[in-house]
Design a protein around this ligand. Structure first.
Ligand code: CP
Ligand code: NVA
Length: 336
């Protein structure tokens, strides 16, 4: 390493573990405004100077158990960890739930002896919570039935890059009140931004997530409007976001949902209600012709691939903050 590179590396040390508010990323609720801010700051730095972080996680090892399919999440965690000198082990868990063969706590106490972090994509959010409770190493939620925190952080990082200060911008989310919607609500609340969410009656966000988001918003000044009319949500919005009508694990509801959701399609007529500079967002995979049209996905105002790129930078920042800041390998009950 040249002395110039060394100096730059010294100048871009991540915030100390003490200022990062959590050991795990199970929910956006773990982070609070300071945690979201720390991730965005570091992600911006890592995006602009990736080579400064080449060996930042050398020797660290991470295991990833995925009960559901993935393209973006799997590859951005794998590529991100490799780019910092770390190693990942992927376990395809799609044939059976993680805790079907043995107790989750027994798995946790095995894993913590072998690796430095655990990434989980699960059906049940309680599986991620349980792993975080029992393992004395960082646990990251890579999507559960309740939340998709890495996605929402990447989405708002994309919006910060585009709009700068988010206090006066409005994101309209149209569609299912699902895991992605929940993490967007909580991230919006932490950032003090504005969100309008239009969902069909009976498909709104989880009431506990809404009340937690409102509690955070009371401190941050964020605005949260829950609606059923997609036009009302999109009217004057700066960003229009949608996600699948049928999330993984709900496939048995497909016929019923495809009858209810068509008025919530994000199409050219709906986005015409937004401001002229509005951007169009989707976490992907997109179901073209269902929740979003080709014309909106492929529009020059679509930022779907920027969102996908942001997954990489934001998750690298999360990994470095959780693994690179001297986080203690001491469990919650004090045992090493
Ligand atoms: N957006 C997202 O999480 O994509 P994958 O399901 O492909 O990981
Ligand atoms: N809500 C979707 C997101 C996929 C990335 C799902 O859970 O299937």
């Amino acid at each position: 390493m040249s002395s110039q590179t060394l100096n730059m590396t010294q100048a871009v040390q991540p915030p100390a573990a003490a200022v990062f508010p959590c050991r795990d990323l199970v929910s956006i609720r773990d982070l609070g405004p300071s945690g979201v801010e720390a991730i965005f700051q570091l992600a911006g730095l890592m995006k602009s100077r990736p080579s400064d972080f080449r060996g930042a996680l050398a020797g660290k090892q991470m295991v990833m158990f995925f009960e559901k399919a993935s393209l973006r999440t799997r590859l951005t965690f794998e590529a991100g960890m490799a780019s910092m000198g770390g190693t990942t082990f992927f376990v395809d868990q799609t044939a059976g739930r993680l805790d079907a063969r043995e107790k989750l706590s027994d798995i946790a106490h095995n894993l913590e002896r072998w690796v430095d972090a655990i990434v989980l994509r699960t059906y049940s959010h309680t599986t991620v919570e349980g792993m975080a409770e029992h393992a004395c190493i960082p646990v990251i939620n890579a999507l559960s039935d309740l939340e998709h925190p890495c996605q929402a952080l990447a989405d708002y990082f994309t919006l910060v890059e585009r709009f700068g200060d988010l206090k006066n911008m409005c994101l309209a989310y149209v569609g299912d009140g699902n895991n992605v919607a929940h993490s967007l609500l909580l991230t919006n609340a932490s950032l003090g931004s504005r969100i309008r969410m239009a969902t069909p009656p009976g498909y709104g966000p989880d009431p506990k997530i809404v009340s937690d988001a409102r509690e955070i918003a009371a401190q941050s000044g964020a605005s949260i409007e829950l609606l059923t009319d997609p036009r009302e949500a999109v009217c004057g919005a700066d960003a229009v976001y949608t996600d699948a009508w049928v999330s993984m694990g709900h496939e048995h509801e497909t016929a019923e949902r495809e009858k209810i959701f068509p008025p919530y399609q994000v199409n050219e007529a709906l986005v015409a209600e937004a401001v002229p500079h509005a951007v169009f967002m989707h976490c992907m995979p997109a179901h073209r012709g269902l929740e979003i049209t080709d014309g909106v996905m492929d529009s020059i105002r679509s930022v779907v691939f920027d969102q996908a790129e942001s997954r990489l930078h934001v998750q690298k920042a999360i990994l470095l903050l959780l693994l690179g800041g001297g986080v203690s390998r001491v469990s919650r009950n004090g045992h090493v």
